[in-house]
Structures are given as C-alpha cells and as structure tokens.
Ligand binder design. Structure first.
Ligand SMILES: *Cc1c(COP(=O)(O)O)cnc(C)c1O
Length: 377
C-alpha cells in the first residue's frame, strides 16, 4: 500500500523524527534507573503542555483507558455522577459510570452546539449533589469544542470533581489544568500530539487523589486502578512499560512544546477552513463552538461516503466519516498536530471537492478559499 497522508481526527500523521525515536534500543524499564528518570521527565513535559503542577501519569493504553481508569478509580457504588454531554463521547461516559456502580445523571446539551453555561448553571442550582462530573473538551465526531474553563468553574462552585476528556484537544487548544480547576485531564498520544496510538497522558489533582484514597470500597479493577501507580518512582512500575511508544511520545512532546504559536496556528487553520466551507455550498455540522482541531461537514445527500473516501485515498490522503449516530452523515477533516498544516489541509480540501464533483456535486473552489482566508488572518 502506498503511503497515505492521514488527515483523520486521530490517529494523525507521525513525523519521521518521532518514528525514529521508536527505533532506539530497548531497555529493561523495571530495572534501569535511568528509565525511571526518563519517565518522570516525560510526565513533566506533559505537565508543561497542560499547565499542571502535581501528579500525572502516562498510561499504557489508548485514550479510552484513561476515561475508564478515571471512572473506575473515582466512582463508588451509588455515587451520583453528572455526565455532561452534547455528543457521542460525552454520552459514552455514562456507560463507564454504570459499570463502576455509580448513579449517572445526564445533562443533555444540543448536539450541534457547545454546552450552554447558563443552562448548566440553572441545572446545578437545582441539583448539585454530585461527587463527580464527566465532560468532553472536543467532541471529535461532531467537531465541537466545549468551554471546559466555564464548565469547571461551575463544577468547582459545588465541589464536584471533574473528569475531562481532552483526548482530541490538548496540544491543539489551550488547556490550563490548574488554573481552570480540572481534576483529571485525559489526553491521547495519537491526536494533537501526533505520536503513535497507544498512550494516555493523564493529570490528577490532589482533590481527585484524596477521593480515591478515602474510598470505602476497593477499586474494582487492576489495570484501571490509578492507585497501583503509588510510589512508582521508588517502588517500580505496576507493569512493564511500552518503552518504544514512550520514546516516541517524548519526541512528540518536545516538538509540540517547541512549536511557537501552537494554539494560534490551530485556530487560524480551523478558522480559514470553516470560512471556506461556509462560503461554499457545503454546511458545517456544528452551529457554534467550532473545534480548531477537527472540522465536521454535513455530507451532501446522494453522496456515497465510501466512494468519496476511496477517491481521496487513491490520491494520497485519508479523511474520515464518523460513527454511531453520525455514521454516514458527515465528512471529517482532522487538522491537529502534524495535520495543522496549510499544504495538507489544502490538499484534503482539493480532493474532497474533486471527489464530490466526481459524484455530481459541484462546489466552489474550497481549497483556494481556505488559502486566501488563511493568508488574510
Ligand atoms: C479519539 C478519542 C478518544 C479515544 O477513542 P478511540 O475511539 O478509541 O480513538 C476518546 N475521546 C475523544 C474525544 C476522542 O477524540
């Protein structure tokens, strides 16, 4: 298979530098003290990225592991948990709450808009007896970024512990963990960080730590139990670490931390892309709170997504559709991490336009619209 450039909203393209880091010799991570220091420095780099001072871990598993581990470690039987949702990932948190015996209560937002802070405020005024709340920064399938700063401010008023899925936003959108009072932040290696899939950086506040430690019930998991990491620096890792993936993440974090104007670049690319779509015959799925890491476009009727997908693949770029209730309804372009790149977005737009054209849907020149707008920003 020819090399295809990934413009999917994760996994994203991985640079040669990051791939080369995986080719470094393997050590024994349980015995090599230098590796302990390396792992510690990796956590420090992650902390720097998300402005956190305190505990963090790099879990050996894809982002979902972080979501489940946060729920498993925090929730006890009958704990009331508020699941703030306006999309597929926000809704999915409720399943983990069920598994670990919590009592889930949904706050439903509009699926095409960001969570409305006034509505949430009114909701919480009437009912705020929650131990934990779950929320999503960027709803990747719909391309919506929620105001987690505003939401966490409301949650903190009632001392509710926040679990924030920032898998597809951290590294592309500004996240200030400590300033915004986020208790657990979950990030993915394969999205904005443009590292290979398989790792979940996670930050843990002292309040979340306290809740885990003061549990009456034991945590009903081993792999998802965040406390098995206690004193890892002195006593060793709870299981053998995926050395090569961690080397790759280290390099990817260096690249992200060195990139000047990381968030401004993502914002500009996102804005220019949306401008081009809005000026065309196509329609964006979100109606506000647009993500700067992924753009979701409503698929024109009568367009066969698989055929469009094949067209773009054949020409060297992979774009994405979506799943669950959005399956077959939208076209998505990831523009996060390495994908936050003028030329790559230009090519993706050109191929989408051509692919639609091939199916009889004629639209204006979105790629030039994008480029012109980007240059004016
Ligand atoms: C990618 C992603 C995850 C991880 O889920 P996968 O479907 O396994 O990739 C979790 N949350 C969000 C918001 C994501 O974008």
């Amino acid at each position: 298979m020819n090399k295809v450039t990934l413009m999917t909203p994760g996994p994203t393209e991985v640079s040669k530098e990051v791939l080369s880091a995986m080719a470094k010799p393997i050590t024994n991570p349980d015995l090599d003290r230098d590796f302990f220091d390396f792992y510690k420095s990796l956590c420090d780099k992650f902390n720097r990225l998300v402005s956190h001072e305190g505990d963090s871990l790099i879990l050996s598993g894809e982002g979902i592991l972080g979501l489940e581990a946060a729920c498993a470690s925090l929730i006890e039987t009958n704990d009331r948990v508020l699941c703030i949702e306006n999309g597929i990932f926000g809704h999915g948190f409720g399943d983990f709450v069920d598994i670990y015996g919590g009592e889930k209560v949904y706050f439903h937002g509009n699926k095409r808009r960001g969570i409305d802070l006034n509505e949430l405020e009114n909701f919480l005024e009437k009912d705020n007896d929650f131990k934990v709340a779950t929320l999503v920064h960027c709803e990747t399938p719909s391309g919506i970024t929620n105001d987690i700063e505003g939401i966490c401010k409301l949650l903190n008023k009632y001392d509710i512990i926040s679990v924030v899925d920032a898998v597809s936003s951290a590294g592309g959108e500004l996240v200030l963990v400590d300033k915004w009072g986020i208790d657990i932040l979950i990030v993915g290696s394969q999205k904005c960080l443009s590292a290979p899939p398989g790792l979940t950086p996670i930050s843990i506040s002292s309040r979340a730590n306290k809740k885990m430690r003061n549990r009456k019930e034991s945590i009903k998991s081993f792999y998802c139990n965040l406390l098995i990491w206690d004193n890892w620096y002195k006593e060793g890792f709870p299981y053998t670490q995926p050395v090569s993936n961690l080397y790759a993440l280290d390099k990817a974090l260096d690249i992200a931390l060195e990139r000047d104007n990381l968030y401004i670049e993502h914002k500009k690319i996102g804005e220019a892309l949306r401008y081009a779509i809005e000026k065309s015959e196509l329609e964006l799925y979100p109606q506000d709170s647009y993500s700067n890491t992924v753009t979701t476009i409503i698929k024109p009727e009568n367009v066969n997504f698989d055929r469009l997908f094949e067209y773009t693949i054949k020409n060297g770029i992979m774009i994405a559709g979506a799943f669950a209730e959005l399956e077959g309804k939208v076209i998505r372009i990831g523009h996060m991490g390495m994908g936050c790149c003028k030329n790559m977005v230009y090519e993706a737009l050109r191929l989408i336009r051509e692919g639609l054209n091939e199916q009889g849907v004629i639209i204006g020149n979105i790629e030039d619209g994008f480029l012109n707008e980007l240059e004016s920003l």
